[in-house]
Design a protein around this ligand. Structure first.
Ligand SMILES: C[S@@+](CC[C@H](N)C(=O)[O-])C[C@H]1O[C@@H](n2cnc3c(N)ncnc32)[C@H](O)[C@@H]1O
Length: 293
């Protein structure tokens, strides 16, 4: 996918209607007149809404300030968590995406590109990776570090809750490390799922100390020191059209990672299937009556 093809694939992050490229090629304009800057840095600004909701604005500010410290220091966090093998764990997460050479992948919240490098390796040769983040400084560092040898890489500043792509654009989508603080998390899961073709994978992870560890003294210290670890796995935010859902705990069981396959439609209960025998009916009626008290 060339840079021009990438620009052509971008749509309005709110309505998914087409965007028009300005004559000078420097901006994309939506049907309701919102202007998105293409610029000449290779990072297209698709941020929506233009004025971010408070939690998103705070995260953008914090990561924009801390990008160098984050890139240098985040490994220390994983080292404290049962001396986890960061490289092997990141590889484990990327393997869950089911990527193959030539495929098209999206990463939301790519940060400084620590997982992006592994995604690029999987889709070589000839694949396309689209990398995005809310923070310009985080994403610029990723762009500076990553090689484009044998692979197409495109970058955009974006909010994971408003993705500027048509339905079914990607073979797989990945996000790690930010979704607990997204202002619109349920919408983000809907978006991550919408842009993946049926049969493609969504892989998402973030902090959440496993329930069976929360009373242990060292984990209690962690929960106190960084409240992000108190987050619950956001199962209730998932959309209905998925199958083969799996939940893993990683990094000393202080982070979750979930994987699922996108389906075209949500599963349904068949309430019209003939009931196999009166004893079956009685058994269910008895259970229902008992439950109702
Ligand atoms: C802890 S960092 C993780 C970065 C990278 N995935 C990694 O594992 O090193 C979280 C990232 O999510 C980004 N982020 C936070 N809120 C976001 C949002 N609403 N949409 C997209 N990215 C977001 C932050 O800017 C930050 O780069």
């Amino acid at each position: 996918m060339t840079h021009q093809d990438f620009l052509n694939a971008l749509v309005c992050p709110l309505t998914q209607t087409p965007l028009e490229l300005a004559e000078d090629g420097k901006s994309l304009i939506s049907q309701d007149g919102v202007v998105y800057s293409v610029g000449d840095t290779g990072i297209v600004n698709m941020l929506y809404p233009k004025e971010l909701l408070p939690d998103d604005a705070r995260e953008q500010y914090l990561y924009d300030q801390a990008f160098l410290r984050y890139d240098r220091g985040v490994s220390w966090v994983f080292e404290t968590l049962n001396h986890s093998d960061e490289a092997a764990t990141r590889q484990f997460m990327i393997d869950l995406m089911g990527l193959k050479p030539g495929m098209t992948a999206l990463e939301v919240g790519a940060g400084t590109g620590k997982d992006s490098a592994l995604i690029l390796e999987k889709i070589k040769p000839g694949g396309t990776a689209v990398l995005s983040d809310l923070s310009p400084n985080m994403l610029k560092l990723a762009q500076d570090k990553l090689s484009t040898e044998e692979v197409n890489v495109h970058y955009f500043l974006g909010n994971g809750s408003y993705l500027p792509f048509a339905d079914d654009t990607f073979d797989a989508v990945f996000h790690f490390g930010g979704i607990n603080t997204f202002s619109e998390r349920k919408k983000a899961f809907a978006e991550l799922t919408r842009v993946v073709r049926p049969g493609g994978k969504v892989v998402v992870g973030d902090e959440s100390v496993a329930p069976w560890l929360r009373s242990r003294p060292s984990y209690q210290m962690l929960l106190k020191a960084n409240p992000l670890f108190r987050a619950e796995v956001p199962l209730e935010d998932l959309p209905a059209n998925l199958e083969n859902f799996k939940l893993h705990w990683i990094f000393g069981n202080a982070f979750y990672v979930m994987e699922y396959t996108v389906t075209a439609t949500a599963p349904e209960i068949d309430v019209d299937l003939p009931i196999p025998g009166k004893d079956f009916v009685d058994n269910w009626r008895l259970r229902a009556e008992k439950a109702e008290g």
